[in-house]
Design a protein around this ligand. Structure first.
Ligand SMILES: Nc1ncnc2c1ncn2[C@@H]1O[C@H](COP(=O)(O)OP(=O)(O)OP(=O)(O)O)[C@@H](O)[C@H]1O
Ligand SMILES: [Mg+2]
Length: 236
């Protein structure tokens, strides 16, 4: 499991994340919800080690997160971040081959993962030649190439239409595995309601609520923070 202890992230004179502590379990999807600017992306960037934390620590299966290699953390961004000048296949094998995996083995794995996501046959296309939903599936496929035990999604459905949101949600849900910790930052609260086990609600860098999904979305929200209640009441 992922164990975050008193994580604080400072920028300039302020704190973007304030003393966050939570656990994200394997086999579960942990959703992170909160208003714009609450620190969700910064949290993922800290967990992916794209930016250093200011204090606190993060353990993954009892090991300091810093000891994990980049290949062990899969990060899927909001806007896909595919390389436009590379084909789908080349996008997928780039990280594995630069991690020293033989090209033939990476290509074989890429075919397998693309097939799993109904993208077989798209290997030679460029990102500009496939749809938004397909791009997001490629981005997820790419993040899985090294079988990372920790997968972080930052708004993976924000560029998608409602049907695609459902489809990508089903794919994310299908990734739940006893070997994996999945963290999903999302504005789509209905998606979180459908597929997440736990919900973390952030506001101004403070973790206000950390509850089971059923509790977060229960009709009786009186146990939640006032801020989460207001956030939820603005949805319908
Ligand atoms: N490198 C940085 N330096 C200074 N401030 C930053 C930096 N990165 C983010 N911030 C600030 O930290 C706060 C949290 O930003 P973050 O991108 O994590 O929010 P978010 O919850 O992902 O928002 P959104 O829902 O809009 O994506 C914002 O006020 C932002 O302006
Ligand atoms: Mg963000």
């Amino acid at each position: 499991m992922l164990n975050v202890n008193n994580l604080t992230k400072k920028a300039g004179n302020g704190e973007i994340l304030k003393n966050l502590s939570f656990i994200a379990k394997r086999s579960e999807i942990t959703a992170v919800i909160g208003p714009s600017g609450s620190g969700k992306t910064t949290l993922l960037r800290c967990l992916a080690q794209l930016t250093p934390i200011s204090s606190g620590n993060v353990q993954f299966s009892g090991q300091d997160l810093k000891e994990l290699s980049h290949g062990e953390i899969g990060l899927v961004f909001q806007n896909f971040h595919l390389f436009p000048h590379l084909t789908i296949l080349e996008n997928l094998i780039l990280a594995p081959t630069s991690h020293g995996i033989q090209k033939e083995i990476a290509v074989q794995k890429a075919h397998q993962v693309l097939k799993q996501f109904s993208l077989g046959g798209k290997e030679k296309r460029f990102p500009s030649e496939i749809s938004g939903g397909q791009k997001q599936r490629v981005a997820i496929a790419r993040a899985l190439m090294l079988d990372p035990p920790l997968i972080l999604f930052d708004e993976p459905t924000s560029a998608l239409d409602p049907e695609m949101v459902k489809e990508v949600g089903e794919i994310i849900s299908s990734l739940q595995d006893s070997k994996r910790v999945i963290i999903l930052v999302t504005h789509e609260v209905r998606l979180a309601q459908r597929i997440a086990s736990r919900v973390l609600f952030l506001d101004h860098g403070i973790l206000l609520d950390n509850v089971e999904s059923a509790e977060f979305f229960s009709t009786d929200s009186t146990k939640l923070s006032k801020r989460a209640q207001r956030f939820l009441s603005n949805l319908s």
